[in-house]
Each structure stands twice: as structure tokens, then as C-alpha cells.
Write a protein that binds this ligand. Sequence first.
Ligand code: UDP
Ligand code: MN
Length: 292
Amino acid sequence: LSSAGKRLIPFGDLAGPPPAVTDQAFVTLATDDVYCQGALVLGQSLRNHKTSRKLTVLITPEISSGMRSVLRSVFDEVIQVDVLDSADSVHLALMQRPELGVTFTKLRCWTLTQFSKCVFMDADTLVLCNVDELFDREEFSAAPDSGWPDCFNSGVFVFRPSLKTYNLLLQFAAEHGSFDGGDQGLLNSFFSNWATADIGKHLPFLYNLSSSAVYTYVPAFNHFGRDAKVVHFLGATKPWNYKYNLQTKRVMQDDTTSGSFHQLSFLALWWNIYSASILPLLEKLQKMEESE
Ligand code: UDP
Ligand code: MN
């Protein structure tokens, strides 16, 4: 009876993974080969958790050809864009604010109009589970910044590619600049009603858990942390700046990590993916380049 009943469910046990959604993508950015390491681990973590969406990485001209071919083995699309700085229409405004820097290149993601909806993720993020449900959200959805929760953190956000929005963002950048010198200040000023308008556009903090914020509210982390979905290694020291012992599979501690067990375990997770899936690709590339 039970097996007959099962057959009534269309494609029941044989369903397999959900069909791929080709007009939606996770998007990240890398402007140099070092940040590519982060992008690769992020992309691999999305693959490991069987995303049904496309994986796209925006790169800038200085990315090496070897790194491009490694990126192509993890991402569906590797798209070159120009760095948003002096060569762009916001040139003059940027010249007055030289510290705005390369994170403005992130704005290029709005030009990906081959997709109807995307989720941008910084190259220093890592998914801990499938997060495809983020595509149920609307532009502009993001999680609160741990330093100033009325601002969103721009490391993870849901957006709709649109040349109209892109041009408005560039115009806004030229007119107003960015209060923090990076993309986050600009985006917070542009989507200025985020804090108050629509709670549906507030992603839970679990979708952009800053690894360093964990220790500012330990009881909350102990209570909710097991449900973390995305870790964000924000700040100056990135996972790839640590030393990792491939034999013991341990991240070497220094003064900034000592005592922060969870931060260390997130770092170890990043390094696990890097050593298991990304290093072999980079080593293969190196061998090929040596034999040329
Ligand atoms: N980024 C990049 N090259 C840089 C700096 C930043 O490609 O030199 C990209 C990368 O995707 C990175 C994002 O911009 O994750 C935001 O910068 P970062 O993560 O360093 O800022 P934080 O999250 O620490 O504020
Ligand atoms: Mn970041």
C-alpha cells in the first residue's frame, strides 16, 4: 500500500535536485588574484550545498589568465568589467574622494541584465547551507550591519539587475559620493528607506553573520548561532591571510584569533574548502604553466 501510495506522488523519489533556474544568479567580485581565492571558496561552498542558481564572478582586467581558467571551473560565468574608478563616468567625483576605491566596482553587478534577480555576495563570505530561498526576497534586501544596525551590510544583498538603476547609482555616486568611502555607504544612502520601510527586506543576521561580531554578544551566538547560514569574514584580515597547517588541518592562531573559538572554527571551514577543492585546481594550473 505504501509503495502504491508513493507512486501517486509525481516523480516522488526520483525527483533529484530541483531544476536549474537559469535567469537568477549568485554574483561575487574579485579585482585581484588574491580576492579570487575568496571568490573560489564562496563559489565552491555554493556548489557543495547544491544551489540551483547560476554562479557568476565579476573580475577586472588585472586577473591573471591562469586564475581565469580556475574561476571557470567553479563559476558558470566569469565576466570581465572595468574597475569603477578614474576611467569611468564617475571619474571626477572619485578623484575628489580617492579612498572610495575599488569596491565601487560592485555597482557593476546591476549591469547583469541577462538575469532577472541576483544575490550579491562578497568574496569573503561562505555559505554553510543552501540559501536559495534568498531569491524569494525583493530588491533591495540585506542584513543589518553589526556596527550600525540601521545600516545594512553590503556583503550580502538581493537585487534586480537594471541599467536604469545602474545609471542612477552612478549619478548618485557622482553627486553625493559615499559617506564611508566604499560601496556600503553609497548603497545605504541610495536605498535610504531600508531601515524603516519594509521588514521583508531585512535579511536575518544569520544570512550575513560577521565572524568578528560573534563575540560581541556571546549568549545570542550560543542561542542562535547554530542556524548561521552565511559567514562573512569582514575586516582587514581575511581567511587567506592566516596560516594553515595542511597536516593537522588547523588554522595557526595569532593574537587576534586567540580565544575566539567560533571564529577559528569558521576559519577552519574556509580552509577545509580551500585545501580540499581549490588548492588542487591551483596546483594543476601551476603544473601546466611549468610544463609550457
Ligand atoms: N574587493 C575586491 N578587491 C579589493 C577589495 C574588495 O575584489 O581589493 C571586493 C571583494 O568581493 C570583497 C568586496 O569587494 O569581498 C568588499 O570588500 P571587503 O570584503 O574587503 O570589505 P569588508 O567586508 O571587509 O568591509
Ligand atoms: Mn566583505
